[in-house]
Ligand binder design. Structure first.
Ligand code: FES
Ligand SMILES: [Fe+2]
Length: 430
């Protein structure tokens, strides 16, 4: 990798491993992120199981834009801005539900499941108005929407590459969680929402590749859950891999993350499933399903294999992030296993979970320390793991030996800088 020299790129020195702190506090950089990262990238919206039948909907955000995700009468999933084209009011305030359409509280415009303007209070007055054309007054749809093995993604940018190209070879890794069983996956009902006083990238980077903190930050939490600490993270058989800024750090211990639930039923279930998973995914990926690992799908969709917490870090300003968390399970898993995952996520990665509380304080102060005008001029060191790149006979993408590494975080920020400097997708290398 070479040192970038453009406006934003010079803030990220992937060659020497330095990062300018302004990317975590500068309001102008944050405003540009909303344009060039969030209004441009494919963003995670929902699991298909949340919108299984026509009329099922969830509301969420793409950056700071509110969107409604809804399955239409024709069975396809659409996503629309959750803002009325009349005076801009939010048209759906519920987080999830089932509807025949959406009615705006302000002046009574109503919209179909396909976003079209269906009716209006005092409709005759509008119909008498010269130039009025209801076909131009529906809810604004996203530019592109697509699914990958049960997960729904969308982008606001019509020039974005297709979802398959956006992921590239990263689907090899995604299938570890999304395709280790023929029945596929689902989200358990319910979503946990919380506010974190940190920059969204601090959280995304942590999941992209911060195995380093696990054995230190989470050691006491692990002692509470496991009866012992995390210990030293293995170098042998552990890796960081990234493709197009999507990052997966992992080892091949099968059970490391799953063990932190302190519930042995999940461990024995995963052990008995290993041969079947190996047949489906090959022996390497079968060892990754419950292993000590963490993942960030660029830009802000993270999950933990084994603990099965799936989450989005929604940006709310340079110093605030709104977190949505769900629990992913295999659809065909026995009920008691699904329940063990649900309880396990609540005890580890929820606002009251032991590990989430560990992380929250660190992320808050890593962000807020930049309030100091001298502090914010200092650079941060991201040089761990230079020289660990390897060619692996099976693992695709940029692969680095050793889980304790900054390689994925450099890749995440490198992709971020590439998008921030590009005027359009045509200038972004894949
Ligand atoms: S703002 Fe929605 S009907 Fe007027
Ligand atoms: Fe953590």
């Amino acid at each position: 990798m070479t040192r970038a020299t453009s406006d934003i790129g010079h803030l990220i020195d992937t060659a020497e491993g330095w990062v300018d702190r302004s990317i975590y506090w500068d309001p102008d950089i944050y405003a540009l992120e909303l344009e060039r990262i969030f209004a441009r990238s494919w963003l995670f919206l929902a699991h298909e199981s949340q919108v299984a039948r026509p009329g099922d909907f969830v509301t969420t955000w793409m950056g700071q834009d509110r969107v409604i995700v809804v399955r239409g009468r024709d069975g396809t999933v659409g996503a629309y801005l959750n803002s009325c084209p009349h005076r801009g009011n939010v048209v759906c305030h519920a987080e999830a539900g089932k509807a025949r359409g959406f009615v705006c509280n302000y002046h009574g415009w109503s919209f179909g499941l396909d976003g079209r303007l269906a009716g209006m209070h005092e409709g005759e007055a509008f119909e008498r108005t010269p130039g009025f054309d209801r076909r131009k007054l529906g809810l604004t749809p996203v530019a592109k929407i697509d699914t990958y093995k049960g997960l729904v993604f969308a982008t606001f940018d019509p020039d974005a590459p297709c979802l398959a190209d956006y992921f590239g070879d990263f689907t090899y890794y995604l299938d570890v969680m999304l395709d280790n069983d023929e029945g596929g996956t689902e989200f358990l009902p319910g979503c946990i929402r919380s506010i974190l006083p940190c920059n969204w990238k601090v959280a995304a980077e942590n999941f992209a590749g911060d195995a380093l903190h696990a054995g230190w930050t989470h050691d006491s939490g692990a002692q509470a859950m496991l009866g012992r600490g995390v210990g030293k993270v293995s170098y042998e058989n552990s890796y960081q891999a990234n493709v197009n800024g999507h990052c997966w750090e992992f080892n091949l211990d099968l059970l490391g993350n799953a063990a932190t639930f302190g519930d042995r039923s999940v461990l024995s279930w995963l052990r008995t499933r290993e041969p079947e998973m190996a047949q489906r995914l090959g022996p390497t990926r079968a060892r990754m399903v419950g292993s000590m690992a963490s993942v960030n799908v660029f830009p802000n969709f993270s999950f933990l294999p084994g603990q099965n917490t799936f989450r989005v870090w929604h940006p709310r300003g340079p110093q605030e992030t709104e977190l949505q968390t769900w629990v992913l399970v295999n659809r065909n898993a026995p009920g008691h296993i699904k329940d063990a995952y649900r309880k396990g996520v609540m005890m580890t990665f929820s606002p009251s979970g032991v590990f989430e509380m560990d992380d929250g304080d660190n992320w808050q102060y890593a962000t807020r320390a930049n309030d100091g005008v001298v502090t914010r001029r200092q650079r941060l060191y991201y040089g761990l793991g230079f020289g660990t790149e390897i060619d692996h006979p099976e693992l695709p993408g940029n692969v680095h030996k050793g889980q304790v590494n900054d390689a994925n975080q450099r890749a995440f920020l490198g992709r971020w800088a590439q998008l921030m400097d590009a005027r359009s997708w045509s200038e972004v290398a894949s």
